[in-house]
Write a protein that binds this ligand. Structure first.
Ligand SMILES: Cc1cc2nc3c(=O)[nH]c(=O)nc-3n(C[C@H](O)[C@H](O)[C@H](O)COP(=O)(O)O)c2cc1C
Length: 468
């Protein structure tokens, strides 16, 4: 088989993830998001389609850039209301054996100590199927809700994230040495000489802690990242194992992936040591004509205001003040840089008006829509992989669960018949399944370096007076 195509489902514990207005379609079941049955159904469906994982997005504040308030978000339900994504994972894990769970958690508002415990708990409960999408947030509304006047400057967020990772690796990789859990009725449960208090002191973080969880199957969960600005890519090149990219065309995505692979080499890692997933929405039906009809039907339900609400949040631009036919130009601000690049200088050959962007993002967000028969879509995917060097796709949905049902029932068998998609999961943890090189991070990743570091230098044993 040529390099297999990887597939992720992209979802969020909310009414409207990336297809504003489509919750009103008679076949859409997004309104069930507050209850478990739909999530259990989806988890089983994704696993039947041998999806590598589900990527759960999250935001910690409303999209209130559009019009200067959250009214548009409230009216359209654009990522509001939005529930905690982590809570879904144990339930979905209980009805699956192989599906991975990449959960978005922002490091801007929570100390590493608490983050490490919650993710270790999930890694235990899922038998090592958890991944962390490391984000620093992009909405000022979240910063204000969490006691800060505004979010920190774009590049500072990445500098703090770097420091945060150093601290959290200490908890996951150093606090409990290999062999620390003895579980012997005579010797006791743990061996105090192998359990350490770890310390971290920097401008932004101060911690003296013993990690509350014993080592989970992956220790450090699989690490995902989705920023594409230069500091975002430098961060990914040091830490990420999977990267999510999103842009409207292969012309935008190809150079971004090339820069990321080059950044990996500069960071001393292999260029293939990150799996890159491009956002895409698949509208597939038995024939090309039926698929096009389906897409036209979806478009009848689009809520343009909802689309501008989302765009405003991603780009940090209030589109309420723009005429619909106005062209979009690059503006530097503290929201997402890649989101702005996508529709401005990312493809110098293509200019976008506000209307065009609203129409584009209203079906599944900033990624392309692949529409057609299973064979059309399979060919488009192959062409995209060739042109961009991505490893797979992060599938957004137009209708829930219809878009995923179509992908699993129509597209997956087509990809399999072309030898482009797995026919069974690989065994082991999420990291084993995606990389086949063991459950733990290996050199030269900084988590592996942290594991190797001498505990005497970095930490004190529990019985030290300092640790009591
Ligand atoms: C496909 C994709 C999904 C993302 N999902 C989230 C998310 O759920 N929550 C979040 O706070 N940021 C999310 N982001 C934003 C990124 O983490 C990052 O903050 C943003 O792309 C800005 O970074 P940059 O300026 O380095 O590109 C996502 C980005 C992409 C491309």
């Amino acid at each position: 088989m040529t390099k297999p195509i990887l597939l992720n489902a992209f979802a969020m514990n909310t009414l409207t993830h990336q297809s504003p207005g489509l919750w009103r379609h008679p076949r859409d079941r997004s309104r069930e998001f507050n209850r478990l049955p739909i999530w259990l159904e989806l988890a089983k469906l994704w696993e039947r389609g041998l999806f590598d994982g589900v990527f759960l997005a999250d935001v910690l504040g409303p999209y209130d850039v559009y019009g200067g308030n959250a009214d548009g978000a409230v009216r359209s339900g654009a990522q509001l209301p939005t529930n905690d994504p982590m809570m879904l994972i144990p339930a979905m894990a209980a009805v699956t054996q192989n599906l991975g769970f990449g959960v978005t958690v922002s490091l801007s508002y929570e100390p590493p100590y608490l983050m490490a415990r919650r993710l270790s708990t999930l890694d235990h409960l899922t038998d090592g199927r958890v991944g962390w999408n490391i984000v620093t947030s992009y909405l000022d509304s979240a910063a204000r809700a969490l006691g800060q006047p505004r979010q920190r400057a774009h590049d500072d967020r990445y500098a703090i994230a770097e420091d945060y990772m150093t601290a959290i690796y200490k908890l996951w990789e150093q606090s409990w040495e290999e062999g620390a859990v003895v579980a012997d009725p005579v010797r006791g449960y743990g061996d105090p000489s192998r359990v350490h208090v770890v310390r971290h002191s920097s401008e932004h973080l101060s911690m003296e802690a013993l990690h509350l969880c014993e080592p989970s199957p992956q220790r450090t969960p699989m690490l995902y990242q989705a920023g594409s600005s230069p500091p975002g890519q430098a961060f990914a090149a040091r830490h990420a194992e999977c990267v999510f990219v999103s842009g409207p065309s292969a012309a935008v995505i190809g150079p971004r992936v090339a820069k990321l692979r080059a950044a990996l080499v500069a960071a001393g890692r292999r260029p293939d040591s990150i799996k890159v997933f491009a956002l895409a929405t698949v509208v597939v039906a038995p024939t090309t004509a039926q698929a096009r009809e389906k897409l036209a039907d979806y478009r009848d339900y689009v809520d343009h205001e909802g689309a501008l609400v989302l765009m405003g949040g991603w780009m940090g631009v209030d589109f309420a003040g723009y005429a619909f036919d106005q062209k979009i130009r690059f503006i530097e601000n503290d929201a997402g840089r890649a989101a702005m690049e996508n529709f401005t200088r990312g493809d110098p050959g293509r200019e976008w008006t506000v209307r065009e962007v609203a129409e584009h993002v209203a079906i599944g967000g900033a990624g392309p829509v692949f529409v057609g028969s299973p064979s059309d879509v399979a060919e488009t995917m192959q062409a995209w992989i060739k042109e961009t060097d991505v490893d797979g796709f992060n599938l957004a949905y137009a209708l829930l669960p219809e878009s995923f049902e179509d992908a699993v029932n129509l597209l997956v068998p087509e990809l399999q018949s072309r030898g482009l998609y797995k026919t069974a999961y690989a065994p082991g943890t999420l990291r084993d399944k995606l990389f086949g090189e063991g459950p733990l991070l290996a050199d030269p990743h900084p988590a592996a370096t942290a594991r190797r570091l001498s505990h005497s230098a970095a930490a004190a044993v529990v019985s030290d007076p300092v640790a009591v």
